[in-house]
Design a protein around this ligand. Structure first.
Ligand code: HEC
Ligand code: HEC
Length: 297
């Protein structure tokens, strides 16, 4: 081949390459957009699967709510009303993500079971990316929730936090970080003898689980274990033994004693211990139960 021909061919090849590179670069934005759409579609799909297996039993298959939990496919979530009544200053995404990750341990005061804790950073079962997927899935209801022509069916609306029945222990308001109410709690003087009676009563049934430690941590040594937990678990660092006991009784899911051997104390972030003692006992009962447990060193 003549040298000139080679130069011409080489130049043509080079120009061709430039054209291709330029075309690819120009289309980068379009492909990125398409990629994002695909990525989001897959995230929603995964979110739907998580919803189906973890959330629909309480919140309903279509987010319509049930006797166990409020509707999330609900105009009030998307039109700002809910954020306002919850005094949430941030955005909707952060609100929903936070509720899912942290759960609402205190919501047992009015619901049959509390909204479980889902985020792994709070001891729940879902990874950060799974929380993101299911958060997006919930937020994807916006269009249907705000569709005035075809409003969604809301079987159960949100409740106003902090509304409790008279006589309930006003310890922790919904949405507060667990433990917030404990520091200011003032209990009457406890009577350990009455506390022991309550503990063994059929009405409360504490000992039916705790005696002998068959299905729950044993009554004996409760104080010693509480001291160990406070010393070793970061989330409990500022607790007194009394506060730990109070929280264990009123909000069992706040801190879960790890399963021991074949004994399963909790599944999916929910303790097998009853979650409604805050409705069933008053401040004196609580003080007496704690006074009794404090004798169990
Ligand atoms: C055991 C029943 C139960 C399950 C399972 C459950 N939730 Fe909930 N959830 C609740 C209850 C009860 C509330 C209301 C809490 C309150 O009023 O403080 C709630 C509240 C919420 C809220 C906050 C709504 C608001 O503004 O008060 C979101 C968001 C939410 N759940 C999402 C989810 C997601 C996502 C899942 C699945 C990963 C899920 N929930 C699984 C019971 C449940
Ligand atoms: C249905 C069984 C059951 C009943 C009834 C029950 N508990 Fe529990 N309790 C558990 C389980 C399981 C745990 C461990 C998991 C956890 O952290 O919630 C626990 C944890 C505790 C702890 C923390 C123990 C530790 O080692 O740190 C205390 C304190 C406690 N319960 C007190 C009570 C009192 C007081 C009552 C009655 C008012 C009661 N429990 C009723 C099952 C039960």
């Amino acid at each position: 081949m003549k040298i000139e021909t080679r130069i011409v061919l080489g130049t043509a090849f080079f120009l061709g390459l430039l054209l291709i590179v330029g075309w690819v670069a120009l289309n980068e934005e379009g492909r990125m957009a398409e990629f994002t759409v695909q990525y989001e579609a897959r995230s929603l799909e995964r979110g739907a699967t998580i919803w189906e297996s973890n959330c629909s039993a309480c919140h309903g298959a279509f987010g319509q709510g049930s006797g166990r939990a409020p509707a999330l496919n609900n105009p009030r979530l998307f039109n700002g009303e809910r954020l306002q009544e919850m005094k949430w200053a941030g955005g909707l995404y952060a609100y929903v993500e936070n509720a899912i990750s942290a759960g609402r341990p205190a919501s047992v005061a009015y619901w049959p079971e509390a909204m479980p804790t889902w985020g792994q950073q709070y001891g729940g079962p879902l990874r950060t990316d799974q929380i993101r997927d299911v958060t997006r899935f919930v937020l994807n209801w916006e269009a249907s929730a705000l569709d005035e022509q075809n409003p969604p069916e809301v079987v159960q609306d949100f409740i106003l936090p902090g509304v409790r029945e008279e006589g309930d222990l006003q310890i922790m308001a919904s949405g507060q970080p667990v433990g917030t109410g404990l520091a200011t709690l003032e209990l009457p003087v406890g009577d350990p003898v009455r506390g022991e009676r309550l503990y063994n009563s059929n009405e409360l049934g504490c000992s039916s689980c705790h005696m002998g430690g068959v299905i729950a941590p044993p009554t004996e040594g409760t104080v010693t274990r509480a001291e160990q937990r406070i010393a070793t678990v970061a989330a409990l660092a500022n607790y007194t033994v009394e506060q730990y006991l109070i929280e264990s009784i009123l909000v069992p899911n706040a801190y879960l004693v790890p399963n021991e051997g074949s004994k399963v104390y909790a599944t999916g972030g929910i303790s097998i211990m009853q979650q409604n003692y805050s409705d069933r006992i008053d401040a004196q009962d609580l003080a007496d139960l704690v006074a009794y447990l404090l004798t169990q060193g």
